[in-house]
Every structure is written in C-alpha cells, then in structure tokens.
Design a protein around this ligand. Structure first.
Ligand code: E4P
Length: 216
C-alpha cells in the first residue's frame, strides 16, 4: 500500500518525506485555506513547492463545478508539473471531466466518494484514483473500512484499473485496516503516519537496553 500525506503544510510534507516512506500528497481547498494561501498565483506556486519536495502524485483539486470550468482549471493544474493529479468531485459534471482527462492522458483523483455505486462510476469514467472518505463515513456511524473492502473487491472482480485511495483517515488503526482489506493507497495526516511507530513495549524495552548498556 502506498502512503500519501493529506496536507498542504510544507513542513509536514518535508517531515514525512524525510522518513523515506512517502509516495505522494493529497490536498483539498480546506487544507489549502488552512495554510493561508490566497490568490491564483500563490495557489499555483504552492503546488509547485509541494512537487519540489515529493517525487510522486500530488492531488490538486478544481474549484469549478461545471464541465468546461473543470477542464480549463484542470488543464492549468496539470501543466504545472508531471506529478499533478487533477482532483475532481463526484458529481455528474465531474464524471464528464474525468472521462475527458482520461482520454487526454491526464491523471485524476475522484474525490468525495461515499458509496460503491459512485466508485463504479469513477472507474467507468477512467479515474486514475478514487477517494472514499472513510473517516467521514465513520463519523456518520457507518463503516468506512467496509466500504474500502467493498470497492477493492468489486474493482478486482470487474478488472477496473482505478486505484483505491482511502481518504479521510483519522487514526493509525484506519491505516492498518485499509492495508488489510487491500487499499492501493492511504492518504493520512502526519499524526496517523507517525502514530504507526508507537508501542509502549518498544519504549520500555529500549529504556532497559540503554540502562543495561551502561554496564558494558
Ligand atoms: C483527501 O483527499 C481528502 O480531501 C481528505 O482526506 C478529507 O479528509 P477529512 O475528512 O479529514 O477532511
């Protein structure tokens, strides 16, 4: 399973990159706004800055919600860097835009996916990646990981090439569960990635080793 970081914060992207396990980045308008990025030039520069840190797919989301607007915006984003993946919302116009980009060999990430039916539509349109939001599903007391498994299984059954990108990860346990059910990618906050490292027995064991090492 590939690891993406789900942030527009350059310091966090650099920290995850420095671990040596980072495969890509996802952003969205809320994450960009959180970094205080304002204006078209600043947005474009920020995506370029991210691409300069990480040599892997970087999802950049369109704001337009009509086909022509999404195509115009997506083409500008894709022209920034070979690693840009145009992120398109799961709406009717978005499906048309995904098909357009697929026909023109531009990578896409279909976002805001909450059902298997939506995932089928994204794959049929030729999305490179599909992003089911498992944390938001759990927040609504449904089962986000069960949806990831359902989509992975049906993509395998149908032979769809679209990669399943588990998004809206809240915890290290989500990452483990997504790996178990065969997600191709998980996109996570830095805290969840680093959280995978933690175990109290590791801390206790290391403290004892270091203590005993003093007598050597
Ligand atoms: C990533 O592609 C999604 O936009 C993101 O994971 C959503 O996460 P959230 O539900 O924590 O906002």
């Amino acid at each position: 399973m590939k690891f993406f970081i789900d942030t527009a914060n350059l310091a966090q992207i650099q920290e995850a990159h420095d671990l040596g396990i980072l495969d890509g980045v996802t952003t969205n308008p809320s994450l960009m706004a959180k970094e205080g990025i304002k204006g078209q030039d600043a947005i474009m520069k920020h995506y370029k800055d991210i691409c300069a840190i990480v040599d892997g797919p970087v999802s950049a989301e369109v704001i337009a919600t009509d086909f022509k607007g999404m195509v115009a915006e997506g083409e500008k984003l894709a022209a920034l860097h070979d690693n840009i993946v145009v992120k398109i919302p799961m709406i009717k116009e978005g499906i048309k835009a995904i098909k357009y980009f697929s026909d023109n060999e531009i990578q896409t990430n279909c976002t805001l996916v909450f059902s298997a039916g939506q995932a089928i539509m994204a794959a049929k349109a030729g999305a490179t990646m599909v992003s089911p939001f498992i944390g938001r599903i759990d927040d609504a007391t449904w089962d986000g990981v069960a949806l990831i498994k359902q989509i992975v299984d049906l993509y395998n059954t149908q032979g769809y090439m679209t990669e399943v990108l588990a998004a809206s990860i809240r915890t290290p346990l989500h990452i483990v569960q997504c790996a178990e059910v065969g997600a191709d990618i998980c996109t996570c906050p830095l805290s969840s990635i680093v959280g995978l490292l933690n175990h109290p027995l590791t801390d206790i064991g290391l403290a004892k080793f270091l203590e005993d090492a003093k007598s050597l």
